[in-house]
Design a protein around this ligand. Sequence first.
Ligand code: ATP
Length: 136
Amino acid sequence: MASTIKLEIVTPDRVVLSEDVEYVGVPGVMGQFGVLNNHIPFLSALSIGSLYYKKGGGTHYVFVSGGFAEVTGDSITILAESAERAEEIDVERARKAKERAERRLREQRDNIDFNRAKAALMRAIQRINTKERVGM
Ligand code: ATP
């Protein structure tokens, strides 16, 4: 039997996921990285994107935004500002958020608005991408 690693994904509101899995692919700020059991301990900031994990022959996707991944020898903990399993993502809501952000970017009143709208746009695009990976 393949050895597993404990994956926990936590946001300020809830525990999104807590499972023993075989492999985790994480969107780090320096690029995507993979984690197996017995990985060396380290800490990485997360980018906005899709995390995926493999378990029992299946691949599962989770949207994550903002926060950190902490890897120890036998666990990986994701502390994110927001996270949803693909099946929890409301794609219509994400499409509306995308349109809103694009409108704000066109209006572009000041830098604060611009940066907030850019981050909101990235979240919306990555939510839609995460959903598309499981065929909607
Ligand atoms: P919106 O403008 O639609 O609220 P947002 O990107 O500003 O989008 P966040 O601040 O990232 O939203 O998240 C706020 C809360 O709403 C979190 O609990 C997050 O999990 C949830 N959430 C946001 N968008 C979606 C979505 N499309 N489907 C499911 N949950 C979502």
